[in-house]
Design a binder for this molecule. Sequence first.
Ligand SMILES: [Zn+2]
Length: 276
Amino acid sequence: MPELPEVETTKRGLAPVLEGKRIIKVHQRRDNIRIPIPTDFVKRIEGQKLKTIVRRAKYLQMFLESGDVIICHLGMSGKFVIKAKDKTPFAKHDHVIFETDQGMLAIYNDPRRFGIMTICSEDELEGHKLFKEMAAEPLGNEFNGEYLYEKIYKSNSTIKALLLNQKVVLGLGNIYVCEALNKAKISPYRKGTEISKEDTERLVPLIRDILSRAIEAGGSTLKDFAGADGDLGYFQHQFIAYGCENEGCHNRGCKGTIERINQGGRSTFYCPQCQK
Ligand SMILES: [Zn+2]
């Protein structure tokens, strides 16, 4: 599943292909992905110049000259493939294809179809049901120790659940929550009420650092096909906790072993030795 760093990498990969370019054709090959694609989707995009692409949580917002904004979410298995236009037929799960005046294609491919492709006007964006009441971005200035503490200190939910809650912080995802809690040596079982301000002050920079590194890793993957055709898919990460069941804990001085537990139907990987 694409996490925030993959979405950011996708944005960076799409930018040189789409930004400042005119979309001369939209190939829409289905009526819906997770939700219906608006019936006027193609008409509102064709002929428009794409000004800029912004990532908001795990959504991409593509701003058009007309004042409309294409909204895209990669869902569970969505990705963009970039290639020069040729005669090869589109693949089975290529659902929406943007063709630019430079002869390039940005192909949205999504086998499991949990993704979203829709459009609204810039004026509607803030109040849009996908975006209203959104919490802070983990890489934005608003997200700091104080902010996180205020959001969670009264809660009886676990810190694991709280960090995954989109009303607390946006788009963090299971992997990065496991990684951050391990680095911060905070038990995933602790409740919001058991988290101190010191904890949140320690946790927030670690979260930012882990995400930034993953984005950097994605950036170096992008360089491998800079200027050429490419698959803005998923890149390899080095995780220290997530997926590392039965491996030694990486925290300095800790001789513990990473365990896998189930929390709210999802796997949590943590070290019972140092995560207190
Ligand atoms: Zn440990």
